[in-house]
Design a binder for this molecule. Structure first.
Ligand SMILES: [Mn+2]
Length: 357
């Protein structure tokens, strides 16, 4: 349980060192000894603070409707940087990437705006990869979900180089596993998981020089509740592990997350791709592709907290936030609150203790 006022760094790159409370020095755990899951920041020196970088990608070229391009600024207005700083992190805002405007054209050969989507993803790939190589944890502020191709290709490339296993948690209402032949719309924000697994246009499937960027068994999808007919067959054939809303209804978020996080190695790099439409639209209206029946506030908090508890978080996308559809920026503020939990803040400590515990 984290300490109330200080929060805790959530995601060390290496197995978590033990911080000596008196000297402030760290040492590796003795063999066979279980280290505490959370180390108090009061015991950690400033130099030990985990470094995070916000990278904005203000585009909606992969989406069916306009507005996700305003997502990065809405998250900044909601105070995402300050919220993470308050937890003790060293937060740098790298500003926004630039790329082509949204031309608003119909699909060609099954894809809308492929040229523009590739240009944005190249920019995202390069920026995210550079932050990882600097030893900083990148947080991509989208932008629509087509950007997951660039972001996760970069993460996979980095993990290959350093020899770390990768797991991708895809929090979304949709499976995003469409292809040129299956897509009803041609919108590339419905295709990033397929592209990452090698099904898609070559400039996207080979973005980081290794095709496929991901093995399907590295991916866990959570919160899924809208999958197109052809997409269902393809995703079953690919063997992606999906924890849909029915699973959350039947066994609960806790058991779902235990399954999704099972088998992590201590050095696994965990990438979270957080599509804001994962959340129930009642609490998160600012998405263009909202589907009723998503995780509640508490379920979403638990999901984030259980990811934080692993200590494996290595990179994050926050995508599909469409401020044009929001109510007084409440979805951006909710996303900020959830991201705080993802980085080690527990909501439970702000509430009165439970009676029977
Ligand atoms: Mn998505």
């Amino acid at each position: 349980m984290p300490l109330p006022s200080t929060g805790a760094p959530a995601a060390p790159l290496a197995p978590r060192p033990h911080i000596d409370k008196d000297t402030g020095t760290s040492k590796q755990a003795a063999p066979g000894r279980q280290e505490p899951a959370i180390v108090s920041l009061t015991a950690a020196r400033p130099a030990a603070r985990r470094a995070l970088t916000l990278v904005g990608a203000p585009t909606d070229v992969g989406a069916g409707s306009r507005g996700a391009s305003m997502g990065p600024e809405a998250l900044r207005v909601a105070g995402l940087d300050l919220a993470l700083q308050a937890l003790g992190y060293d937060v740098e805002d790298a500003g926004n990437l630039s790329g082509p405007a949204n031309p608003g054209l119909p699909a060609e050969h099954g894809y809308r705006h492929l040229t523009e989507v590739v240009a944005w993803n190249v920019a995202v790939h390069d920026a995210i990869h550079a932050e990882l190589e600097r030893g900083r944890l990148p947080i991509l502020l989208g932008g629509d979900h087509c950007l997951g191709v660039g972001s996760i290709s970069a993460v996979a490339r980095h993990c290959r180089r350093v020899g770390r296993p990768l797991r991708v948690l895809w929090l979304d209402a949709h499976a995003d596993f469409n292809t040129q032949a299956l897509t009803p719309s041609g919108n590339l924000h419905g295709m990033p998981v397929a592209c990452l697994c090698g099904h898609g246009p070559e400039p996207l499937t080979s973005l980081a020089g290794h095709t496929p960027a991901l093995q399907p068994d590295w991916v866990r999808q959570i919160g899924i509740r809208s999958v197109d007919e052809g997409e269902k067959r393809l995703i079953a054939a690919a063997g992606i592990e999906i924890h849909d809303m029915r699973a959350i209804d039947e066994i609960g978020m806790r058991a779902v997350m235990e399954e999704a996080l099972a088998g992590l190695a201590p050095d696994t790099h965990l990438h979270v791709s957080f599509d804001v439409d994962f959340l129930d639209p009642e609490i998160a209206p600012a998405v263009a592709t909202s589907i009723p029946g998503g995780p509640t506030y508490r379920e979403a908090q638990l999901c984030m907290e259980m990811i934080a508890d692993t200590g494996c978080l290595g990179s994050l996308d926050i995508v599909e936030l469409n401020p044009a559809l929001d109510i007084r920026n409440k979805t951006a503020m909710l996303a900020t609150e959830l991201v705080q939990s993802l980085f080690g803040k527990s909501t439970l400590i702000r509430r009165p203790p439970r009676r029977n515990s």
